[in-house]
Design a protein around this ligand. Structure first.
Ligand SMILES: Nc1ncnc2c1ncn2[C@@H]1O[C@H](COP(=O)(O)OP(=O)(O)OP(=O)(O)O)[C@@H](O)[C@H]1O
Ligand SMILES: [Mg+2]
Length: 327
C-alpha cells in the first residue's frame, strides 16, 4: 500500500518536447529514512523533485506524499513538505531573519510561532551573528543554511533537498551534512538528490541511481559497492618488467590491470581476504617480491563508472529557476 511509505512514486513520466526527462520511474521511501537520488547532470533529478513537490505536473504515473496525491491534493502535500532547491531561493534584499519570517507567513504559521521558530533555526544553523544582515552579504554556505532553515519553518515531516551541497567548499559541505544528519535523527523523511557519491554514501539509507530518466540501479551504498564495485588488490613492483610478468601470472586470480607507469598491478577480486593470500602465495611461488601491497575497496565512484560507463559529471553552474515547495 502506498500509504505505508512517506513517499510513493509509481510509473512517473515527464517529457519536455523530445526529451524524456523521466521514463516511468518507481520509488518508495519508508517513513523516517533517507533516499539518495543519484545521477549526473540532466539525469532527471530536479524534474522528479519538482513533481514530488507539486511544482510540475507529471505526464503519467502517480506520486503520493504521506498518502496524498501530488496532483489532486497539492495544498495538503505542500503543508507536509519542505524543499531546499539546487540554487538557494533566498530573497537577497531581506535579512536572514526576515527571510525566515516571510516563509513562516507563507506557510501560514501564527506570527508568534514563526518568530520563535525563526530564532530557533537561526541558532541551530549558526546564523545568529548574521541574522540582521541582508542575505546578499551571505557566503554560499550561509545561503544554503538559510535556505534549508526556510524549508524547515513549518516542521515538515517530509523534506526534499535538491543538491544541497553543490558548489560548497569541503568544510561547508561537511557542516551541512552534520545538520542534515541531525534532521534525519529527529525522524524527518528525506529525499536528497546529489551528484556526489560520497554524499549519498554518507547520508542515504537507500540509493537510487538514475541516468537519462531511468533507474539504472538501486540498493544501499554497501549493496551497490558489493554488487558492482570491484575490490582491487594492488601490488607495486620495483620495475615495469617485473610488474608485467606478475600481471600475467596474477591473471589466474582475477582480471588484472597495470597502472602507475606500469609498475603496479591491480587484481580485481571479490573476497579480498582470501585473494590476498592467493596473491602472496602465487608471487612467492614465482619468486617475484613486491615492493608493497594494498587492498583498495570500491568507492561509489567506481560503481557509477561501471553503471554508466563514465564517471560522475563535473559540477556545472548553469542557473536554474529558484524553487521552494512550501510557499
Ligand atoms: N523546463 C524544461 N524544459 C525543457 N527541458 C527541460 C526542462 N527541465 C528539464 N529539462 C530537461 O530534462 C532533463 C532532465 O533535467 P533535470 O533538471 O531534471 O536534470 P537533473 O538530474 O536535475 O540535472 P542537474 O544535475 O544538472 O541538476 C534534461 O535533459 C533537461 O534539459
Ligand atoms: Mg537538478
Amino acid at each position: 500500500m502506498s500509504t505505508n511509505y512517506a513517499i510513493h512514486v509509481e510509473g512517473l513520466v515527464k517529457r519536455f518536447g523530445d526529451v524524456l526527462a523521466l521514463s516511468a520511474i518507481d520509488i518508495d521511501v519508508p517513513h523516517g529514512t533517507v533516499l539518495g537520488l543519484l545521477g549526473p547532470n540532466g539525469a532527471g533529478k530536479t524534474t522528479a523533485v519538482r513533481i514530488l513537490t507539486t511544482l510540475l505536473e507529471p505526464d503519467a504515473g502517480e506520486a503520493r506524499i504521506l498518502g496524498m496525491d501530488v496532483v489532486r491534493q497539492p495544498n495538503a502535500v505542500r503543508a507536509s513538505i519542505g524543499l531546499a532547491g539546487q540554487y538557494a531561493a533566498v530573497d537577497e534584499n531581506l535579512t536572514g531573519r526576515e527571510n525566515l519570517r516571510m516563509v513562516g507567513q507563507l506557510t501560514r504559521q501564527p506570527a508568534s510561532t514563526a518568530r520563535a521558530r525563526t530564532d530557533e533555526l537561526l541558532e541551530r544553523f549558526d546564523l545568529v551573528h548574521a541574522a540582521d544582515r541582508p542575505a546578499k552579504t551571505y557566503s554560499g554556505g550561509m545561503r544554503r543554511r538559510l535556505d534549508l532553515a526556510a524549508a524547515l519553518i513549518h516542521r515538515p515531516p517530509v523534506l526534499f533537498l535538491d543538491e544541497p551541497t553543490t558548489g560548497l567548499d569541503p568544510k561547508s559541505r561537511s557542516d551541512l551534512w552534520g545538520l542534515i544528519g541531525e534532521l534525519v535523527s529527529d525522524g524527518t523523511t528525506l529525499l536528497l538528490t546529489t551528484q556526489y557519491l560520497e554524499e549519498a554514501d554518507r547520508l542515504a539509507d537507500h540509493i537510487v541511481v538514475i541516468d537519462e530518466g531511468r533507474i539504472i540501479e538501486e540498493g544501499s551504498a554497501t549493496d551497490l559497492k558489493e554488487r558492482l564495485g570491484r575490490t582491487l588488490v594492488e601490488v607495486k613492483f620495483p620495475t615495469t618488467r617485473r610488474a608485467r610478468i606478475a600481471a600475467r601470472q596474477l591473471a589466474a586470480i582475477g582480471p588484472t590491470e597495470l597502472s602507475d607507469g606500469d609498475t603496479t598491478v591491480g587484481v580485481g577480486v571479490t573476497d579480498s581476504g582470501k585473494a590476498l593470500l592467493d596473491v602472496v602465495r602465487l608471487l612467492e611461488s614465482v619468486d617475484l617480491a613486491p615492493k608493497s601491497m594494498a587492498v583498495r575497496q570500491p568507492t561509489l565512484d567506481d560503481v557509477f563508472l561501471q553503471l554508466t560507463g563514465r564517471g560522475p559529471s563535473a559540477d556545472d553552474e548553469q542557473p536554474e529557476p529558484a524553487t521552494r515547495g512550501a510557499a
